[in-house]
Design a protein around this ligand. Sequence first.
Ligand SMILES: [Cu+2]
Length: 65
Amino acid sequence: MATVKIKGMSCQHCVMAVQKALSGIAGVKNVNVDLQKGEATFDEATPVDMNTVREVVAKAGYQVV
Ligand SMILES: [Cu+2]
């Protein structure tokens, strides 16, 4: 399981946006976004490039830290 810290989430809408963005990445499964902790966890069905994760999260309007 991979864990990424995400900056900029402030409400449930943000959680949904990040969850949707991450779920769209090839190989990413079982995304769970924790607003309180400001982090997201997911399983990798195939190896996932962290740069892709960064890009996708940035595109959604948030930042991987
Ligand atoms: Cu929000």
